[in-house]
Design a protein around this ligand. Structure first.
Ligand code: ZN
Length: 203
């Protein structure tokens, strides 16, 4: 088994600060997967292990689809490891959309892949975009699970914040559990610091 936390720490991808997450919540920690995936060999290693986990489940995948931008590197490597096709969705005026000539066939078996699943909001939006074209979402996957959703093989139940459908398996290499806060209840805000978007200060 790979030590995912160790891999993130070594790559300088396990950040500490006061972060504004895409969900609008705040956190003291942030996982900057791009820093891990800047080494293609590490990306390949992680994707190979994730693909192995998915293969063992017996679920057949025609296509991996990732929501841009965060999921693309992980999804592309996973598609390579699974021998599947790869497409991505992107937001057009806030709506997750399939562009660039990407097509989905009716009944096509699709896995939605993110780098990290927190509540699964973007993954679910990508799923809806491909389902609207007749695709069948058969699984979700991420390099790591932030501990809100239940990953396949874990006995930890999903928390109410998880947006992924219970009946579809979610594969991840490990759980990373740390608190996220509503802005009005954030202890870091209470200390008087300001939350910032990861990436906006050179991180
Ligand atoms: Zn805060």
């Amino acid at each position: 088994m790979l030590d995912i936390e160790e891999i993130y720490r070594k790559a300088g991808a396990y950040l500490e600060g006061h972060f504004l997450l895409s969900s609008g919540k705040h956190s003291q920690f942030y996982l900057q997967s791009a820093k891990v995936l800047e080494d293609p060999k590490t990306a390949e290693l992680l994707a190979t292990e994730l693909a192995e986990m998915i293969r063992k489940s017996g679920i057949e995948i025609d296509t991996v689809c990732s929501p841009a931008l965060g999921g693309i590197l992980a999804g592309y490597e996973l598609a390579r490891a699974l021998g599947a096709r790869f497409i991505f969705t992107e937001r057009v005026e806030k709506v997750m959309t399939l562009r660039r000539g990407f097509e989905v066939k009716p009944g096509e078996k699709i896995l939605i892949c993110e780098d990290i699943i927190t509540t699964g909001g973007s993954a679910l939006e990508a799923a809806k975009a491909v389902e609207a074209l007749g695709g069948e979402v058969v699984a979700y996957a991420a390099l790591a699970n932030r501990g809100f959703c239940k990953r396949a093989g874990s006995d930890k139940e999903a928390k109410p914040e998880c947006k992924l459908p219970e009946e579809i398996p979610f594969f991840a290499l490990d759980d990373f559990e740390f608190e996220i806060y509503d802005p009005e209840e954030c202890p870091l805000c209470a200390e008087g610091t300001t939350a910032y978007k990861p990436g906006s200060r050179g991180n």
